[in-house]
Structures are given as C-alpha cells and as structure tokens.
Design a binder for this molecule. Structure first.
Ligand code: MG
Length: 252
C-alpha cells in the first residue's frame, strides 16, 4: 500500500489518501489507525503532493553506511549517531529549494526514512516494525562546509527546506532490502540498499525510542550511502526508493 498526502482546493489544506495505480482514494482521516477510504476518488495526474508525514520531529542517523563513513575518513561509530532536523526543514515533493548564499557546499544525501504510526517508547527490536506506517525517501540536505566547521550538526543540517520527504509512504517492504539511489541531473550518484546499513531499521528504532518518544507522523531517517555530493542552482536531484517512488527537488 502507498499512502500520500495532497493539497485540496486552493492549496491551503491537505488530505491523506491511498494510491491505487493512477487513482487517488482519499482517507476519512489520518492513516495511522485503521485507515478507511471515503468512497471518492480522483486521478493522480494533477494532484499536488504534500510531505507525507505529520512530524513533530525528524530524528536522523548519521554515518550508518560503512562506505559513507570512509569517504570522510571518519571513525566507525560505536553506536548510532543521532541528530535532529527541525520541522521547518520539511519540504514537499517536487519543490524548488534555494541554495543559501552562506554555503559553498550544499550536499544531497539520499536516505530511506520511516514514518511512525503510533506512539513509540522503549520499543523492542523484535516489535519495532509494528510501530511504523511505512517507508519513504528523505534527502538529508547538508551545508557540508558549515557542518564540518561546527562542533555539532544543528546549523549545517537544520536549514529551512533541508528535508524533502516523499513522494509516498509505502508499507509491506522488506526493511533490509530497500534499494536507495540518488540521481543528479539524471546521472546516478548514490546506489545503496538498506541491507548495507550498519544498524538495521529495527535496531535503529529500538535505539532511538530508548531516548525519545516517537509520535504518530514522526520521521526517522536512517542514513545515507556513499557518494554524497554538492548541488548548485539549476540542478535537479532525485532520490529513488525501491518500491516507494521518486523524490524530486530542484535547486535554484
Ligand atoms: Mg544523512
């Protein structure tokens, strides 16, 4: 099943829906508990997508793919490295994002993220997948020069619009076999799979919920594979999650 959120009417409100082929079937409410369609439908073509989450926070894992750790000559962490991105970083699919003038290295990081469907605290690894609505794509956009200059990552990774999410939330995928590819202007730049993560998704959920209560709609993004790189105005970056879809962002 694929869940999506779209803008209605004049674009001031959003609704959740299920995508069936090329047909959008709106839900009566939120998708987190026993989602039910309202009996209406509309064509997917022409629907303007919104970020498919209702996040109170975005928790991110840094350095979760060994090859990505090596590309910056970092030490392999002993535990998952966590940081937050603020909700003002969220960006809808198919959006345009301005590269700020204060950074000279504005990087893409294609990632697989999960969206929680119920309150999760001290969740056992074995039960972790029961707490998620499904999987989506997230581009953990990073002002690399600022990240490397600061002692911590808040400024470099918390910029407005630095977390495009979507286009859909897909359930029913095998958590340890989701392909993740990033294309820059149509050229393949990152080619990973969640099977390559040092801490798999259930382990990361168990770790994160020891420290933070995750609420319905919250996002946990699970790290990027090797070959991150810079974006400049005019670039189009696409994060493609296998079984999820293509998350496209244009830089201006
Ligand atoms: Mg990242």
């Amino acid at each position: 099943m694929k869940y999506l959120k779209y803008y209605t009417g004049n674009g001031s409100e959003t609704r959740w829906a299920i995508l069936e082929g090329e047909t959008v079937r709106p839900l009566k409410g939120l998708p987190y508990e026993a989602p039910e369609t309202d009996g209406t439908s509309l064509p997917f073509a022409g629907v303007r997508l919104a970020c498919p989450a209702d996040a109170t926070k975005i928790v991110a894992v840094g350095r979760n793919y060994y090859d990505h750790v090596m590309e910056f000559h970092n030490e392999v962490p002993k535990e998952p490295m966590l940081f937050f991105k603020p909700t003002t970083a969220l960006l809808d699919p198919d959006s345009t994002l301005r590269k700020p003038d204060f950074t000279d290295r504005f990087d893409y990081e294609g990632e697989i993220a999960v969206v929680f469907k119920k309150k999760a605290k001290d969740v056992a690894k074995e039960e972790a997948l029961d707490y998620i609505l499904g999987y989506t794509c997230l581009n953990d956009i990073t002002a690399r020069d600022i990240q490397l200059a600061d002692d911590q990552w808040t400024r470099g990774k918390g910029l407005d619009g630095s977390a495009p999410v979507g286009p859909f939330v897909a359930d029913g995928l095998a958590h340890d076999g989701i392909g993740i590819k990033t294309y820059l202007n149509g050229k393949l730049r990152q080619d990973g799979n969640t099977s390559m993560m040092m801490w798999d998704i259930p382990s990361v959920i168990a770790f994160v919920t020891r420290y933070f209560t995750m609420l319905p709609g919250d996002i946990l993004t699970c790290g990027t594979p090797v070959n991150v790189g810079p974006m400049v105005p005019g670039d189009v970056v696409e994060v493609v999650g296998e079984g999820i879809g293509t998350l496209r962002t244009t830089i201006c």
